[in-house]
Design a protein around this ligand. Structure first.
Ligand SMILES: Nc1ncnc2c1ncn2[C@@H]1O[C@H](COP(=O)(O)OP(=O)(O)OP(=O)(O)O)[C@@H](O)[C@H]1O
Length: 265
């Protein structure tokens, strides 16, 4: 039996009369890269939001790392080791890169700046130093050392996306949810990001669940791919299975033959 870190069972979510998700089930194997694809409005972000706790499904169960998290708030899921990035940038533009990443670290710290005078006591200082050391490792890993003191809002889009990833990694997640990590990037930035995602998966052992529109990237770096269509799961399988599935070609890509599929990727 494969060891699943995330199990989603029969999740349904509606906004008024709009059914965003209908009885969607899937399991993500620990240590894998799992991608969710599908056309606009298929329910991908809704699914990610149900997993992260931002949305509460009307029906279904979500189990993360042995815990039933269906009713848990996003912060409690984060505490269990679930990290995420957003479709749109969510950095503090006026803060430095380092401070932005330290914010990601915040909930792991027993002592923090909110504890006031305690902060200056020695255990708190030691803790802060340890956190800084680990954050510096992440900064080094993502090759953003040269901008660590820069104000986040002044950086290029590609770099800001990388800082966002660093902030999510700072949480020491077991699972990271990435919502279109390569959206709006040029080819070189995409290649870099793909390499970082693979490395954080392989070197840090972080399981990745991501939504991505770039089919080439999805097929290159995913172990498993799930296709959503009109809020329903069409198929879950190996990238090559998904690529050659007739339903996917017709329903998702709306393509007639393989040559068009190759063009799309
Ligand atoms: N907060 C919301 N309020 C109302 N309807 C919503 C909300 N979020 C999503 N929906 C609806 O749910 C359906 C699924 O949307 P969702 O954003 O999950 O799709 P998606 O696959 O992520 O699309 P995209 O690729 O465009 O981001 C759509 O019909 C959308 O309009």
């Amino acid at each position: 039996m494969p060891d699943s870190i995330l199990q989603v069972n029969d999740v349904s979510l509606a906004f008024g009369g709009v059914k965003a998700l209908t009885e969607v089930s899937f399991a993500v194997e620990r240590g894998s890269v799992f991608s969710i694809i599908g056309p606009n409005g298929a329910g991908k972000t809704s699914m990610l939001n149900c997993v992260s706790g931002r949305y509460q499904p009307q029906h279904g169960l979500i189990n993360f790392d042995g815990h039933d998290v269906t009713e848990l708030k996003p912060n409690d899921r984060a505490r269990l080791g679930m990290g995420r990035t957003f479709q749109n940038l969510a950095l503090f533009g006026h803060m430095t890169v380092l401070d932005n990443i330290m914010v990601g670290r915040h909930h792991l710290m027993k002592n923090n700046w909110l504890t006031g005078p305690l902060y200056w006591a020695s255990p708190a200082q030691k803790e802060e130093l340890n956190h800084r050391r680990e954050v510096e490792e992440i900064i080094d890993f993502l090759d953003i050392t040269h901008v660590r003191k820069a104000v986040a809002g002044t950086l290029s889009y590609g770099l800001r996306k990388r800082v966002e990833l660093a902030r999510a990694m700072a949480l020491k997640p077991k699972l990271i949810l990435l919502d279109e990590p390569m959206a709006g990037m040029n080819l070189e930035e995409k290649e870099d990001m793909a390499r970082y995602i693979l490395d954080l998966n392989e070197e840090f052992g972080i399981t990745v669940v991501m939504i991505e529109h770039d089919m080439g990237v999805v097929m290159d770096i995913s172990h498993q791919v799930m296709v959503l269509d009109f809020g329903k799961r069409l198929i879950t399988g190996l990238p090559e299975q998904v690529m050659t599935d007739e339903h996917v070609k017709r329903a998702y890509l709306g393509l007639e033959d393989d040559s068009q599929l190759e063009e799309a990727s």
